[in-house]
Design a protein around this ligand. Structure first.
Ligand code: IYR
Length: 228
């Protein structure tokens, strides 16, 4: 074995037949078409293992130089959830009443959001994802991470897909500025709050805005128009 090959192992891969490929692709696409961001979450308990499995799935994401620059903080303590809600609502009230410019408020009006964040207390679990802007080695020295936003964004996408696949609802919530999450959750200086996910079943009377996704024509281009 040459030096370049050391540390490598054979890829575990089983090839599917084309029909199987297409049928799985259709099924997964149809499943994901039914995903919605849910702002009304039931306080009914959910299996703890589901949350752990969603995190485990998210942590399979590819990352720059395989640094895995993420940390998932799972919160189910009612007092801590209440503190998070109070701090988030303080920031969001400021956002909605003073900080958001008119165009932003206008863009949000279709979503029906406001500063009230009941779901932060009702959801059985909150998962707060932190990005590690840099790593720290065993001597306490800073280590560079690479493509941190891309890596953590991909992990969050897998997390959302995993939750939807297991029949749970969530929401990408960013109660900015999110520094209060570092403080309340005791995170170190190299970690910055990225997205907060409330997790649970949708409330029985949950509603969602009547949004349409872009058509394939709007989201896809094959090659360049001049070469059509
Ligand atoms: N973080 C605020 C505001 C908000 C911003 C965007 I961009 C949204 O798509 C939705 C909400 C909130 O959670 O209300």
């Amino acid at each position: 074995m040459t030096e370049r090959e050391s540390g490598f192992i054979p890829l575990e891969f089983s090839r599917l037949g084309e029909e199987e490929m297409v049928s799985r692709a259709r099924e997964f696409c149809a499943l994901m078409q039914r995903r919605r961001s849910v702002r009304f979450i039931s306080s009914e308990p959910i299996p703890r293992e589901c949350v752990e499995l969603a995190v485990r799935t998210a942590a399979t994401a590819p990352s720059g130089a395989h640094r895995q620059p993420w940390r998932f903080v799972i919160v189910d303590d009612p007092d801590l959830k209440r503190e998070i809600r109070e701090a988030a609502e303080t920031e969001e009230r400021e956002n909605y009443e003073h900080r958001f410019p008119p165009d932003w408020l206008e863009a949000l009006s279709a979503l029906g959001t406001d500063w009230n964040k009941e779901f932060l207390e009702h959801a059985p679990y909150l998962v707060i994802v932190f990005k590690q802007s840099y790593g720290v080695d065993s001597d306490g020295e800073k280590v560079n991470n690479y493509y941190v936003n891309e890596s953590v964004g991909i992990a969050c996408g897998l997390f959302i897909a995993a939750l939807h696949n297991m029949g749970l609802a969530t929401l990408t919530h960013t109660p900015s500025p999110m520094g209060f999450l570092s403080r309340l959750l005791g995170r170190p200086a190299n970690e910055k709050p990225y997205i907060l996910f409330p997790i649970g079943y949708p409330a029985a009377d949950a509603t969602v805005p009547d949004l349409k996704r872009k058509s394939m024509e709007e989201v896809v281009q094959w090659n360049v128009p001049a070469h059509e």
